[in-house]
Design a protein around this ligand. Structure first.
Ligand SMILES: [Zn+2]
Length: 287
């Protein structure tokens, strides 16, 4: 194995686009600073709703293949070279929104055995030896089956990796502080008439919103705002971006956050409010 940089960050996401929406600025920042950034995406989002009318004929595996192309383009924008699909391409399929028949498809991520899927992730963990893992909270941020399952797989893999010889020093969940979300939506109300979106989402539509005191870590991605927006634009079947806002297929405008927020759930906090996911981590361990 070629030697990896001292700082190694692993992110686990459900579908192509989740990484850019949640962590695009963080990924671009650490990649630009020379850290090794690894993205593991669990499914290709084969059941995502397609926004552009001219691409709405894409469904199932065709949509998955198209979204892999979007993910590849997004990673180019963020400067991330190491991105993988959990268990290899096509191993786990999108389960669709909670309650639909696709949830019961044996190929879906929702039906996957968590330990099996976690073992596929442990292989990546042992190869990359990340000091930081980023994923969703137990609700997957907003209750989507694949996001819930991605959380379970990531947390279980971190556990199994300890027995296999690598304890990930710090684990974070994606968050948005409530006051930041509220202020951003207040601004959105003012800006909405000038945007190509007719309606706004609400704070409750934003995944991972929690009371401010639960935020342990603030990553200022201002310098990477353009990279994040470009990565989101690359996911053209899923996201419409306009200025500091974007919409998913529901066409409800929401703020595009270029400062990204995290809650440390495992490991030692490096500062009262961390501005670095690696804060307090001893670097230079065998890689
Ligand atoms: Zn998703």
């Amino acid at each position: 194995m070629t030697e990896l940089p001292d700082r190694r960050l692993l992110l686990v996401h459900a579908h192509p686009d989740d990484e850019s929406i949640n962590n695009g600025a963080t990924m671009a920042k650490y990649a630009a600073e020379g850290a090794h950034v690894t993205l593991v995406t669990c499914t290709l989002g084969e059941h995502g709703e397609v926004i552009p009318p001219e691409l709405q004929h894409l469904t199932g595996a065709d949509l998955g293949a198209h979204r892999l192309g979007e993910l590849t383009a997004a990673m180019r924008e963020l400067g991330v070279e190491d991105f993988r699909l959990l268990g290899g391409k096509g191993r786990y399929e999108d389960s669709g929104m909670m309650g639909i028949a696709d949830n019961d498809d044996p190929a879906s991520l929702w039906q996957a055995d968590v330990d099996d899927a976690a073992r596929a992730l442990v292989e990546v963990i042992l190869e990359v030896r990340p000091q930081v893992l980023v994923t969703y909270d137990p609700d997957g941020g907003y209750g989507h089956p694949d996001h819930i399952q991605a959380h379970r797989i990531a947390m279980r893999a971190a556990e199994l990796a300890v027995d296999a010889g690598w304890e990930i020093p710090k684990i974070y969940w994606n968050r948005v502080p409530r006051t930041v979300a509220e202020e951003a939506f207040a601004r959105l109300q003012v800006d909405l008439p000038g945007l190509p979106f007719s309606k706004a989402a609400t704070v409750d539509d934003v995944p991972g919103v929690v009371d401010d005191e639960r935020i342990t870590t603030v990553i200022d991605g201002t310098a990477y705002a353009a990279a994040k927006a470009a990565a989101m634009i690359a996911h053209g079947t899923q996201i419409d971006v306009a200025e500091l806002y974007f919409a998913l297929s529901n066409e409800l405008a929401q703020p595009l956050f270029t400062t990204e927020y995290y809650e440390l759930v495992h490991g030692e906090r490096g500062a009262r409010t961390e501005s670095d996911l690696f804060a307090g981590v001893t670097l230079g361990e065998a890689s």
